[in-house]
Design a protein around this ligand. Structure first.
Ligand code: IPE
Ligand code: IPE
Ligand code: MG
Length: 241
């Protein structure tokens, strides 16, 4: 109901980005500011992720792609990696129960072969059990890197015996983890950092960027609406006039 009472001030759905990418950054700093261990920031961030994902679906976003763990994040202390993986396990189990009431189609992007076997199984179950959902596509990027994704796509093309002339933007696109989905319209990065950190580098070629000085665990629906308002004001030209 809260969503609809303030409807007049919200960007109409036809002006919203269809495909939104979010770099969920700032968990560690949020925890540090409170004198808590970094893992407490990840716990808080995971809660915000659930809330924002559900909100995006209700708001009419077609595709939401969240950056949960990068190919570079293996450089972190093992205890922090383990904590993040345990949060992922919790989420996956929950998504098989609580999230089944949502109309969200969950997919994972990234190289999952490096993850624990039980996590890989839960990921497959979560994908299968939500494959028929007709609402938003939620891509969760885990062990994801944009460069690794492009290398993976090229390897598949080579393995298929594709000739140089057959390598086109379309054929590369068709081998990305996000094949068949619309291009990214909006990239949102909280935490005050102004970089992509190897996120969706192919898909973002013509995206609009909104950087916000808020740490992810403090991120609310209001911040998201502010980003949508900013996006709706942008003049996208795609190289034209
Ligand atoms: C993002 O928060 C979560 C992951 C990368 C898994 P960070 O852990 O990067 O938080 P900061 O950037 O150190 O504050
Ligand atoms: C990007 O954040 C990855 C995720 C949010 C999962 P990082 O915190 O890892 O990025 P850098 O190190 O600041 O570039
Ligand atoms: Mg960070």
């Amino acid at each position: 109901m809260g969503l609809f009472t303030k409807k007049r001030s919200l960007v109409p759905v036809e002006y919203l980005p269809q495909n939104v990418g979010i770099i969920m950054d700032g968990n560690g700093r949020w925890a540090k500011n409170r004198g808590l261990p970094r893992t407490a920031g990840h716990v808080a961030g995971a809660k915000v992720f659930r809330k924002i994902a559900k909100y995006c679906d209700r708001r009419g976003i077609k595709v939401l792609t969240v950056y949960a763990f990068s190919t570079e994040n293996w450089k972190r202390p093992q205890a922090e990696i383990d904590a993040i993986m345990n949060l992922l396990r919790d989420y996956l189990k929950e998504s098989l129960s609580d999230f089944k009431h949502e109309n969200i189609c969950t997919r994972f992007i990234g190289d999952r072969t490096m993850l624990a076997p039980d996590i890989q199984e839960l990921m497959a179950e979560a994908e299968e059990s939500t494959a028929d959902k007709t609402g938003m596509i939620l891509n969760i990027a885990i062990n994801y890197g944009g460069r690794a994704e492009i290398v993976h796509a090229l390897r598949e093309l080579v393995a298929d015996g594709v000739s140089p002339e057959e390598i086109t933007e379309q054929s590369v696109e068709a081998h990305l983890y996000t094949a068949g989905q619309p291009e990214v319209d909006l990239i949102l990065r909280p935490s005050g950092e102004y970089r992509l950190s190897n996120y969706l580098i192919w898909q973002c070629a013509y995206a609009e960027y909104v950087f916000m000085d808020v740490l992810w665990p403090d991120f609310t629906e209001k911040h998201l609406e502010k980003a949508f308002t900013e996006y709706a004001r942008r003049n996208r030209r795609f190289g034209g006039v």
